[in-house]
Ligand binder design. Structure first.
Ligand code: HDD
Length: 693
């Protein structure tokens, strides 16, 4: 073990001292990037202790220069993201549908890297903004990398990639003032969407609870476009991809999302990190809707139009495998920031359709990596590198990390028998669809119905979900100060559903003000599709959820132990919140270190709550606004609340009636059965009408 030498000219010693062996047993000595061991990393080289600094100080210059260049451009969209490693495993062979190698062998695990993101906000924006969420998966298959770059919403705003820059410019901070950040609630966004009726279906989804997910682990994912799968015989089917979370799909409610963005801007990433660290690995099932081109021709919408979904009643889901995320990144920048997803990364057995949005994406992603990562060699960055062998004659470029050997860098060649060759048998071949037609710029007539599926979504929602959609449209349009945008939007809502339009108009105080907007084609009157509602199909379970216990020193150990057992049995997590951050003791003397202190953890952070202070501390809590708000908020956020008899004065102060509804459960005596069964319903939706008009 070496002693770090003190810098000879230094009057103060800095932080020199004993060096420790690293856990990996590597040489622990600090060096420059050239491997020169550094003797003093605390003090710059100067002339005399108080004199000028010397330009020759290469240690200072190297360190500062590297620091000055640490940032790369953030992603132009989806800048705020979080990722983890895991694996994908097929349930059984899928040879009839596709020759994709990673979908054939149920005993094989394909490594994956999965990144979730918001779209509009910058890298430092809050996780819980109302937005679409990205859901990107890189499969490191034996036949090359396959990227499924999807969203948590199955449809997209626009039908043609040429409109993407305008869509994104409209939702990003307004160009003159540079705000608002991570929000769609402003003039330029609503102006753009109200001038583009094709956005209506996706708007309905974003204004629904899908726009404010409870966690990444509780989000569905969709490939959005119609893709193709191709089998060995060259036969092809169209497919839509669906990821379904094992925990079920859940969302925040709006006032909660607003509070969480202040209390914990990292809410979603912390949740993912914590669940993986604790061994509760998030899991999704991958399904496809597979249909032939002939079947697609019978649908009353065009499957090449990315603003349309294929209802599950029309084509049911076929589960084909599962993804488990079981390892957090070692380094956020190296992996999460540098990962480069491209929809054009496909493997034999998976192919594209003529969806014009998809076709535009096939160009954009490769292109953006060149400016973001700075080099065509970005595939050599470890997180992007295929795990199967790869070899070709692409050479040189910025930051070439490999040292290619050999005399030739061209093919064909007759000089090097060992150099890579094409392989017609196993190489990627595009599905040979027959294409013909005139060259033109035109939107197909089959893309013209912008309202029927928006209406399908609306009529498929539960009453609570519909209420939230009305609330979101009202909030967002309320933030638009141009009346002409509001009246135009009300006109579109009228075309979707007159009840929806009426409720939003009422809420804005603009009854009867909707513009008359004539749809291009007659709006259909679809039957509800139950699979579109989150809450109709939500599992009645506490798996992956968090229970917050607000308590104090001298908490009854019987309550604490019963609750701890309950959350363990149900696969949930318990968080203890106390007025101060330091450890408390139960009435039996057991020490508990709280997870949060009260003013740092509003009840919005938890799925269900229990209020069980020691009797001697109730008065103390009743004098804390944060404790009173904790209960009031939990009630207003429709949570299930367990309470003890001794905590009743707190409820009185919060003006919350402990007999208000089935969501207020007395757990005195540590009886938690009723609490558990109520909490499994997630929220008390009926309460909403009382607390929010
Ligand atoms: Fe995109 C990033 C998803 C349309 C251009 N997109 C990006 C990411 C996701 C999506 C999840 C983040 C990837 C990551 O985690 O690194 N994008 C979608 C979906 C779309 C879509 C589901 C429609 C169905 N995107 C779309 C269009 C264009 C782009 C039409 C351009 C014509 N998207 C990009 C991009 C980004 C991107 C500019 C920014 C960073 C990146 O690619 O790597 O190229």
């Amino acid at each position: 073990m070496a002693n770090r030498k003190k810098s000879s000219g230094s009057e103060t010693a800095g932080h020199g001292g004993e060096l420790h062996q690293t856990a990996t047993g590597q040489d622990p000595r600090l060096t420059t990037n050239q491997g020169v061991v550094i003797s003093d990393d605390q003090n710059t080289l100067t002339v005399g202790p108080r004199g000028p600094q010397l330009l020759e100080d290469f240690i200072l210059r190297e360190k500062i220069t590297h620091f000055d260049h640490e940032r790369i451009p953030e992603r132009v969209v989806h800048a705020r993201g979080y990722a983890a490693h895991g694996y994908f495993q097929a349930y059984e062979g899928n040879a009839k549908l596709t020759k994709a190698a990673f979908l054939q062998n149920p005993s094989e695990k394909t490594p994956v890297f999965c990144r979730f993101s918001t779209v509009a906000g910058s890298a430092g924006s809050p996780d819980t903004a109302r937005d679409v969420r990205g859901f990107s998966v890189k499969f490191y298959t034996d036949a090359g990398n396959y990227d499924l770059v999807g969203n948590n919403i199955p449809v997209f705003f626009i039908q043609d990639a040429i409109k993407f820059p305008d869509l994104i410019h409209s939702v990003k901070p307004e160009p003159d003032r540079g705000f608002p950040q991570a929000q769609s609630a402003h003039n330029t966004f609503w102006d753009f969407v109200s001038l583009n009726p094709e956005t209506m279906h996706t708007l309905m989804w974003v204004m629904s609870d899908r726009g404010i997910p409870r966690s990444f682990r509780m989000m569905e994912g969709f490939g959005v476009h119609t893709f193709r799968m191709v089998n060995v015989a060259g036969e092809s089917k169209f497919v839509k991809f669906h990821w379904r979370p094992r925990c079920g799909t859940f969302s925040l409610i709006w006032p909660e999302a607003v509070q969480v963005s202040g209390a914990d801007p990292d809410f979603h990433r912390r949740d993912l990190w914590n669940s993986i660290t604790s061994g509760d690995y998030p899991e999704w099932e991958l399904s496809v809707q597979a249909f032939s081109e002939a079947e697609a021709n019978e649908f009353d919408f065009d499957v090449l139009d990315p603003t349309k979904l294929v209802p599950e009643e029309l084509v049911p889901l076929t589960p084909i495998g599962k993804m488990v995320l079981d390892r957090n990144v070692d380094n956020f920048f190296a992996e999460t920031e540098q990962v480069a997803f491209c929809p054009s990364h496909v493997v034999p057995g998976i192919d594209f359709s003529n969806d014009p949005l998809l076709q535009g994406r096939l160009f954009s992603y490769l292109d953006t990596q060149l400016s973001r990562l700075g080099s065509p060699n970005f595939h050599q960055i470890p997180v992007n590198k295929p795990k199967c062998p790869f070899a070709n004659f692409q050479r040189d470029g910025h930051m070439q990390m490999e040292v290619p050997t050999g005399h030739v860098a061209n093919e064909p060649n007759s000089l090097d028998d060992g150099s890579p060759r094409e392989c017609p048998e196993t190489g990627f071949t595009s599905f040979s669809s027959e294409e013909s037609g005139e060259k033109l710029r035109i939107r197909p007539k089959s893309f013209a119905d912008h309202y029927t599926q928006a209406r399908l979504f609306w009529v498929s929602m539960t009453e609570a979900e519909q209420r939230h959609i009305v609330g979101a449209f009202s909030f967002e349009l309320g933030k638009c100060d141009k009346v002409k945008i509001r009246t135009r939007m009300l006109g579109h809502l009228e075309n979707i559903d007159s009840d929806l339009a009426k409720k939003v108009a009422e809420s804005l105080g603009m009854e009867g003000k909707a513009d008359a907007i004539k749809p291009f084609v007659a709006v259909g009157d679809p039957e509800p599709s139950p699979s579109l509602s989150q809450y109709d199909k939500a599992p009645k379970s506490l798996r992956g959820k968090t229970i917050g216990l607000l308590t104090t020193d001298q908490v009854k150990s019987s309550i604490y132990n019963a609750l701890a057992k309950l959350v363990k049995d149900e696969g949930a997590m318990l968080k203890v919140i106390t007025p101060k951050a330091g450890p408390i003791k139960t009435d039996h003397g057991k020490e508990i270190t709280p997870d949060h202190f009260l003013s740092g953890a509003p009840s919005a952070l938890f799925d269900a709550v229990v209020i069980a202070p020691a009797e001697s501390n109730v008065e103390l809590l009743a004098g804390e606004a944060a404790a009173v708000d904790w209960i009031r908020d939990a009630f207003a956020h429709l949570k299930v609340i367990g309470f003890t008899d001794v905590s009743k004065p707190l409820f009185k102060k919060a003006a919350v009636d402990t007999d208000a509804d089935e969501g207020l459960v007395n757990v005195t005596g540590s009886v938690f059965e009723k609490f558990t069964s109520a909490a499994k319903k997630h929220r008390i939706w009926d309460r909403e009408r009382k607390v929010r008009r």
